[in-house]
Design a protein around this ligand. Structure first.
Ligand code: NAP
Length: 329
C-alpha cells in the first residue's frame, strides 16, 4: 500500500488505517461486538487477539494505527505489539479527553467519562507517552464539541501548542450533528502563525455525509483528514439485517454484486473516493472483516455508482440519534 502525507504534516499514512476502539476493551457500541471477540474477555487473550489483527493489518501494508486513552488497553496492546515486532515506520495517533472507567466490565454504569480540562490533558499525555513513547506522533482531542468549550479554553490550547513545539502533530476528533461547525471553529485557531490543528478526524459515511464540505475546506487549508466510522459502526455491513435498512441494503448489494465485492468494501470505497480524505479507519475486530474492508481500495466507483450511493444519505439528526441508541455490548 502506497503511503501519502497526512495533510501538511511530515507523517506518511496509508489510505486505510486501523482503529483500535473495538480491540482494546471488552465493551463497545459496534453491532455484535461481543460475538466479534467470541465472548473471550480475558485481557491476555484480548491482547493476543489484538496482536493478530495488528499483524494482519501490518502485513497488508497498513501504516496508520488509531488509539485513545479511553479504549481500555488499546494503547498498551499497541505498545507491546510495536515493541515485539519492531514496527518502526508505523504512524500512531491517540486521543485524550475521555477516561476509561469500565474496569473491564461489560455492564459498567459508565464506560468512559469525558473531561476536556488541562488537568486531564496533562495526566493523559504522561500516560500515553509512558506506553507509546516515540511511536506516538499524533495527539487528538477526543470528540471536541462546541459545548465542551475546549476550543475556547486558552490553557488547553496553549498546552497543545507547546506539545506541537516538541514535534507532535495535534488533532481533534469530532462527532454528532455539529461536526462541521466544530471543524470550522478549529480552523480559526492558530499557533505560531499556522493552524494549531494539523489533523481532523470525523465521521463520514454514505449514511452521514454532512461534514463533507467542511472537511474539504479543512483539507484545502492543509489539515490532514482521517475518516472514522466509515461503516457506521457496522450498520453498513452484512450483519445489518434490520427491516428498516432493507431497501438500503438492496441498493448496496446491487453495487456489491456489480463489483464482485462485499457491501462494506463498497461503503468504504465511497469514503476513499472523496478527494479530501487522507486515511479511512477500519474498525474491524476480526481479521476476516479487516481483509474485506481493505478490498475497498480495489473498487473503482463510477459516476452512476456514486449517484446511487447518494440516495442512502440520512438526515444528520436521524443518523446521530440512531448512533446514540447503539448499545454497549
Ligand atoms: N470520537 C472518536 O474519536 C471516534 C469515535 C468512533 C470511532 N473512532 C475511531 O474510528 C475507528 C473505526 O470506528 P468504528 O469502529 O465505528 O468503525 P466502523 O468501521 O464504522 O465499524 C466497525 C464495525 O463494522 C464491523 N464490520 C466491518 N467489516 C465487516 C464485515 N465485512 N462484515 C460484518 N461486519 C463488519 C466490525 O465488526 P468486527 O468487529 O466483527 O470486525 C465492527 O463491528 C475506531 O476504531 C476508532 O479508532 C473514533
Amino acid at each position: 500500500m502506497q503511503t501519502r502525507p497526512l495533510g501538511n504534516t511530515d507523517l506518511q499514512v496509508t489510505p486505510m488505517g486501523l482503529g483500535l476502539a473495538a480491540l482494546g476493551r471488552p465493551g463497545y457500541i459496534n453491532l455484535g461486538h461481543g460475538d466479534d471477540l467470541a465472548h473471550e474477555y480475558d485481557w491476555k487473550a484480548m491482547e493476543t487477539h489484538a496482536h493478530t489483527v495488528l499483524d494482519a493489518a501490518w502485513d497488508s501494508g497498513v501504516r496508520y494505527f488509531d488509539a485513545a486513552r479511553s479504549y481500555g488497553k488499546a494503547e498498551a496492546f499497541l505498545s507491546s505489539w510495536l515493541e515485539s515486532r519492531g514496527c518502526v515506520d508505523a504512524v500512531v495517533g491517540s486521543k485524550w479527553g475521555y477516561t476509561y472507567t469500565a474496569d473491564w466490565q461489560l455492564d459498567a454504569a459508565a464506560h468512559e467519562v469525558k473531561e476536556h480540562s488541562l488537568a486531564v490533558l496533562n495526566r493523559q499525555v504522561k500516560e500515553s507517552t509512558a506506553l507509546l513513547g516515540p511511536h506516538l506522533k499524533l495527539y487528538q482531542i477526543h470528540s471536541a464539541t462546541l459545548e465542551s468549550g475546549v476550543l475556547e479554553n486558552q490553557e488547553v490550547l496553549t498546552r497543545l501548542a507547546a506539545l506541537k513545539e516538541t514535534g507532535w502533530c495535534i488533532g481533534l476528533s469530532v462527532s454528532g450533528v455539529q461536526q462541521a461547525d466544530v471543524i470550522r471553529r478549529a480552523l480559526e485557531i492558530q499557533a505560531g502563525g499556522k493552524l494549531l490543528f494539523d489533523i481532523g478526524q470525523a465521521t463520514w459515511n454514505v449514511l452521514e455525509c454532512s461534514a463533507g464540505m467542511a472537511l474539504q475546506q479543512a483539507h484545502d487549508l492543509g489539515m490532514g483528514i482521517i475518516v472514522k466510522e466509515g461503516l457506521a459502526n457496522g450498520r453498513l455491513t452484512d450483519r445489518n439485517t434490520l427491516s428498516e435498512f432493507a431497501e438500503k441494503r438492496t441498493l448496496l448489494m446491487a453495487l456489491a454484486d456489480k463489483h464482485e465485492m462485499s457491501i462494506d468494501a463498497i461503503a468504504l470505497a465511497a469514503v476513499l473516493a472523496q478527494p479530501w480524505v487522507d486515511t479511512v479507519l477500519s474498525g474491524a475486530a476480526q481479521e476476516k472483516h479487516l481483509q474485506a474492508n481493505l478490498t475497498a481500495m480495489e473498487v473503482q466507483l463510477d459516476q452512476e455508482d456514486q449517484s446511487l450511493l447518494k440516495l442512502l444519505a440520512e438526515a444528520p439528526e436521524d443518523y446521530w440519534s440512531q448512533r446514540s441508541a447503539l448499545a454497549w455490548n
